[in-house]
Design a protein around this ligand. Structure first.
Ligand SMILES: [Zn+2]
Ligand SMILES: [Zn+2]
Length: 282
């Protein structure tokens, strides 16, 4: 697995790449804009070129971009839906400019009175993605991330994730598997043979050939609690053995990006988590 972590772009793209180098990243994830909202700032092309050369020099690939959290491809509100599609198209273009291979997106959520993973809800998401892929025809691939299933979130079950992923061509759309989200949705990595069983189930319903990246996060939430709270590697309810088993699982391709989205409680936490995950790989 190509290990990396989510790095801030607060100081620009070249600074982000320097941070990724200092953390020993082999791959890296970023937001291309503020994840909370507002119009995206234009990318500075000299800054992007500098970032690309630092990443090439240190063999850091692929670059994975995560879409902002406010995107809701499942919204029943025409305005929210069309804005979400616009942001998806824009972030696909920004990812291409940045030289990224994947854009990770959450699928979205329904209102309280609407069932989240009904055929209707999935059909709505399908048509949002279909529209975005008509407007963006470049090389960047969308990865749909599994969710914890908090509230009316879509994509917590491998069945729903797989139904969407398999509706699109392999070269345009794949999946991203988040360990903490799966655990919160009820997939028990800590059970005997848990890692092999979950990945086999994922292969049956989504397809490991469609897996573009994994998010390696420990979880503060308990099994099936539908609570999205990440923990430092080895310090949550998954524990070191789960990550060791994932890192050594022969079902996963050797070049798969394994990206950390662990909390930053104290200065130096990112480096500690990167050191820990590398040590578990051995
Ligand atoms: Zn995510
Ligand atoms: Zn994630």
């Amino acid at each position: 697995m190509r290990l990396g972590i989510h790095v801030s772009i607060a100081g620009g793209m070249a600074k982000m790449a320097e941070t990724a180098v200092s953390l020993g990243c082999e791959s890296v994830q970023i937001f291309s804009r503020s994840p909370r909202g507002g119009k995206a700032k234009d990318l500075s092309l000299p800054d992007v070129e500098k970032m690309k050369s630092i990443m090439a020099e240190h063999d850091i690939w692929p670059l994975v971009v995560h879409i902002p959290y406010f995107v809701n491809l499942a919204s029943s509100s025409p305005d929210t839906r069309s804005y979400s599609i616009d942001v998806l198209v824009e972030d696909l273009q920004r990812t291409e400019t940045l030289g990224g291979r994947y854009l990770v997106t959450h699928i979205g959520h329904k209102r309280k009175d609407e069932p989240p993973e009904s055929p209707d809800a999935l059909a709505g998401v399908y048509s949002s993605i279909e529209e975005a892929l008509k407007r963006y025809t470049g090389p960047v691939k969308i990865l749909l991330e599994n969710t914890v299933g908090m509230g009316q979130e879509i994509g917590f079950s491998f069945e729903a994730l797989g139904a969407l992923v398999k509706s699109f061509p392999e070269e345009r759309l794949g999946a991203c598997l988040d360990t903490a989200h799966a655990f919160g949705a009820g997939y028990d990595w800590t059970a005997p043979e848990g890692v092999r069983k979950i990945l086999t189930d994922f292969d049956d319903r989504v397809g490991l050939s469609r897996l573009g990246a994994m998010h390696l996060n420990d979880s503060k939430g308990t099994l099936g609690a539908r609570m999205d709270r990440h923990a430092h590697i080895g310090q949550g309810n998954l524990g070191e053995d789960v990550f060791r088993a994932i890192l050594h699982c022969p079902l996963l391709p050797p070049d798969l990006p394994g990206l950390l989205e662990t909390p930053i409680d104290d200065h130096g936490d990112d480096l500690c988590n990167m050191k820990k995950i590398r040590a578990l790989r051995g």
